[in-house]
Each structure stands twice: as C-alpha cells, then as structure tokens.
Ligand binder design. Structure first.
Ligand code: NIG
Ligand code: FE
Length: 385
C-alpha cells in the first residue's frame, strides 16, 4: 500500500542536492511512502500516482525529530528542587539521588506507564526517534530493569550506570566503578546499544576522567557504542576523552576551552547541545555559534529528565537554540533532525531521501522557520501515515 502525501507547502529533506540550502527545502512538494520508507519525493506537479492520498493542506513537513538524549525511566518528580533553583540554588547533580530512591521504589508498571506517557508526549510534539538512558536504578537489577523497559519503546537504549555514585557506595567510588564495569555492565549490555558516563569532576557526585575512561572502555569491550555527558558544569576532560575514544556524541558541551573545540572539529564525535538544561538550571547557554564556526557537527536534544530538564519538546529546544545559542532556524532544525541522527550514527532517519524511514513531522505552519518564530506554540506533531 503506497501513500501520496500532498499539500506540502515546504518539504525539509536535509539533502542539499534535492532543494534549497542545507535543509534541502522543496517548496510545493509531494512525497510517496511505501512499506514504511520514502519511495519518491519532489515537486507536487511531478508526483506519481499512489494507492491513497493524504493532503496536509499547506503545511510544512520535516523529517521527524531525533531526540538523541533522554532519561525517561524514573519515579517521582523534583518540582520543588526546580523551584529552589529558580530562587538561586545551584545545580550539581545531587538531586539525582532522590530520583534513584523513587525509581527503586516504583513498580515495573509504574515506570512503564511514565515512560510510555513521555514517549507519547514526545510524538505529539514531532519526535519520532528517542534515545533512552538508564541511570536512576544504580543497582544491577534496577539498571537492567530500566533498560529492559526502555527496550520496549526504542532500540536506542543507553546504559548509564555511571550516572552518579549511589548513597550506599559513598566514599567508595572505585568500588562502584568496579561494579559498573563488571557485573552491572554484564547484566545490562544485552538490553543496551550504548554506554554513557557523567564525566564531571566538578560534581562531587559524578566521575572524573580516569573513571569515565574505564567505564567507556569496558562498555566498548561489551560491544556498546560510546556516549558521554561532558563539560556541563565546568570545563573538564569529558569532551576530549569522548573524541579520543571515538564516541558517537558528547552531550552538554556548555563549558568548552579552545582545545575542546579543536578536538571536536578534528574528530567524528557530534556535540549535542541540551538547552533545556540551561533553561531549567538557570545557567549560561552553550555557544553553538563557536562550534559551528569551527566546523563541528551540532545536534540538539531535550535531555528530558526529572532534574535538570523536564521538557519533552524538541520545538522548545529549537527555539532556545535560535534565541540563546546563536543558531539560525535552519541550523537548529538540522540539529534536531539530521544532527540527532548523526549523534546516534543512524543513516535511515533524520532526512527524507528515497529509502529513508518514513518518519514525518508536520507543522501547523507553512515553514520550518515557525518552530523558532512561534515559540511555545504546539505546531509540530508526528504524522501517522
Ligand atoms: O543530563 N548530567 C547528568 N544527568 C542528567 C541530569 C539528571 C538529573 O538531574 O536527574 C543531565 O543533566
Ligand atoms: Fe542527560
């Protein structure tokens, strides 16, 4: 069964050879979907016939957003902590412990219901692929459980046993790293595609460069791809470690020295920026312009989590990236689609070429520019074809 999508005022392909600019924009476009993939795209007047038609009536169509960084398996919430931050309290990751307690206390069904509700919330805002991390269990069983649940909703699952040192290991960080790189990794790897670590020597709760290296190398030996939380609270070793080890992405990148930017520019690691964190921790935003000027591949993601960024909205992140981080609307939309796909090393999503997955997002607006031009307005939704 093939479907011809018509009435597309503006089609973002992310293929510069198909249309205008880096987004490869085709005006007055049509698109054919067959067997879950793009079969044809081009100007509407050249569209072939198909089994059925779907008229989007003058709306813009984009590749679905790829949210390459989210923590969706958790119990409880931290609205009170957020309120305290808005009154001046600093964020240092210490609140993660309260989510760990609530997550351990939650049943599978409670965690699953929350996870599914958040994925649905994302889809309703245009996200068609989401990465989901563990990291609020921090025991062998609780981490494996989080990943098993995450696997029910996405293939992009990430083992983040090295999120923080849990309370029962206080003062015994090395012992915890041994657990994470040994039996916990062994129990979690069957449900994970990626390993991640909160590399942040500036946080008393997270991990320094040596511990982070140990976690990443162990994950790699277990067959996992590498991702890093780095340089969120202060400059540190995270970014250069990620590039050295060939991680797919280093996320946050809020505090960078020139050597970090140079390393990213010379490597294959994507810099994923998470403006929801700066918004929700009242911190200075990362400088996307500096990275783009150096030729670094920049992705945008929500970091949806109950502590530092409880938003599921890629459009909100796009608007912040444009207003606060020096990105153009075109760069921000690319970062939220093709950038996210690059951060997950996926060639089948994040663009709309022939053969790509038919993951479409439609806007109640005629142009992608409206995502930043009309902040906070619910314009985007994933299109059910
Ligand atoms: O990406 N940086 C570490 N982890 C999460 C925050 C988790 C939390 O505060 O619960 C982040 O910001
Ligand atoms: Fe995160």
């Amino acid at each position: 069964m093939s479907t011809l999508v018509t009435g597309i005022a503006e089609l973002v392909t992310n293929d510069a050879s198909r249309g205008e600019g880096a987004l490869g924009v085709v005006p007055d476009a049509a698109l054919v979907i067959a067997d879950g993939a793009v079969g044809w795209l081009g100007p509407a007047r050249e569209a072939p016939a198909a089994d059925r038609m779907l008229d989007v009536k003058g709306r813009a169509v984009l590749p679905g957003f790829v949210d390459s960084h989210a923590h969706l398996v958790f119990g409880g919430d931290r609205a009170v902590e957020f309120e305290a931050r808005m009154a001046g309290r600093r964020y240092d990751g210490g609140g993660i412990a309260s989510t760990v307690d609530a997550t351990r206390a939650a049943s599978d069904d409670q965690l699953r219901a929350r996870l599914r509700a958040l994925v649905a919330e994302m889809r309703a805002q245009g996200t068609t692929t989401v990465e989901v991390k563990s990291g609020y269990g921090l025991t062998i069983d609780d981490e494996a459980r989080a990943l098993r649940l995450a696997r029910e909703v996405t293939d992009e699952t990430t083992f983040l046993g090295a999120h923080v040192v849990p309370a029962e290991f206080a003062g015994r960080r090395d012992d915890y790293v041994e657990l994470v790189t040994g039996p916990m990794l062994a129990a979690c790897a069957p449900y994970a595609s990626w390993v991640d670590v909160f590399c942040e020597p500036a946080s008393p709760h997270a991990f320094d460069g040596d511990a982070s290296r140990a976690v990443l190398e162990a994950g790699r030996r277990a067959g996992l791809g590498l991702r890093v939380h780095g340089n969120q609270l202060a400059a540190g070793p995270g970014v250069r470690l990620a590039v050295e080890l060939g991680a797919a992405s280093v996320d946050h990148c809020t505090h960078l020295v020139d050597a970090d930017v140079d390393a990213l520019a010379g490597g294959t690691t994507v810099a994923t920026l998470l403006p929801g964190v700066e918004f929700s921790t009242r911190s200075p935003y990362p400088d996307a312009r500096r990275l783009l000027a150096a030729g670094v591949t920049v992705a945008l993601a929500t970091d949806c989590n109950p502590g530092s960024s409880f938003t599921s909205s890629m459009p909100f992140c796009i608007a912040m990236a444009v207003r606060e981080m020096g990105m153009t609307p075109s760069e921000a939309v690319w970062g939220a689609t093709a950038g996210g796909a690059a951060a997950l090393r996926r060639a089948d999503i994040g663009h709309l070429g022939v053969g790509a997955r038919a993951d479409l997002t439609v806007l109640d607006a005629p142009s992608y520019r409206h995502l930043a031009y009309r902040p906070g307005v619910p314009l985007a939704r994933a299109l059910d074809v």
